[in-house]
Design a protein around this ligand. Sequence first.
Ligand SMILES: NC(=O)c1ccc[n+]([C@@H]2O[C@H](COP(=O)([O-])OP(=O)(O)OC[C@H]3O[C@@H](n4cnc5c(N)ncnc54)[C@H](OP(=O)(O)O)[C@@H]3O)[C@@H](O)[C@H]2O)c1
Length: 246
Amino acid sequence: MTHPVCMVLGADSDIGRTIACRFGKERFDLYLTTRSLDRIDQDWSSKLKDDYRIKISWFHFEGLEFDSHMNFYQHLPQPPEVVICVFGYLGDQKKAEVDFTEALKITQSNYTSQVSILNIVAEDMEHRKKGVIIGVSSVAGDRGRKANYLYGSAKGAFTIYLSGLRNRLHKSGVHVITIKPGYIRTKMTQHLTTPRWLTARPGQLAEKVFDAYLRKTNTVYYFSRWRWIMWLIKGIPETLFKRLNL
Ligand SMILES: NC(=O)c1ccc[n+]([C@@H]2O[C@H](COP(=O)([O-])OP(=O)(O)OC[C@H]3O[C@@H](n4cnc5c(N)ncnc54)[C@H](OP(=O)(O)O)[C@@H]3O)[C@@H](O)[C@H]2O)c1
């Protein structure tokens, strides 16, 4: 029996793995990408394959190698039904303020790379008149803060890109979902002290992503309380906001 295929770009991340598991549990065959094929946890991958009786294929994918993206996508064994763009880079805001190489890495790893690969995926799905694209953005993209406005600005651009893509692809029957996590306990945030009531586990987020896939939700905040928090934060007048220590 053939299963539908779900591709997770950045599947070696803490969030990527749990999302891959969740779709695997529903009997999607998985195309998983990483930048380091030699670092794959083979035990985890084999267990997932055996537990759910699915096929798993790993591919090398580097977001910053824009020129490789067309070739990468065209050489997949079959076109995926679901493409989930998880990869991203928090980076070092302070360093990026004075080192343009770091600023470029942050903006390209969280926006330009996603545009490059998703433009290709979108063309294909529009042509096939089916498919689902899921992009993991961030609440950080809702308003610029001094603590992380380079990462935030790239995520904000990604959110707007996904919104435009959703609008474009709607008439073709292709659905686009924007995921805006708040704090998720992963290696990206392990150096930060975050409030417990605002910090979710990757597994909780993965459940929500699958639920959004089933319901064809447009935008998901996780935890959902972040929707109201960001609504309040966006409502603070700029004259006051610029004085705050956020
Ligand atoms: N954790 C949070 O609180 C949080 C909140 C909001 C949004 N997010 C977003 O959730 C996604 C997953 O993050 P995570 O917390 O699971 O972090 P993570 O474990 O650090 O994962 C980041 C992943 O992105 C990959 N990556 C980075 N730059 C890449 C590039 N240029 N090309 C291909 N892959 C690249 C990394 O690969 P390597 O291992 O090879 O470096 C890694 O697998 C990210 O987009 C992040 O911005 C996270």
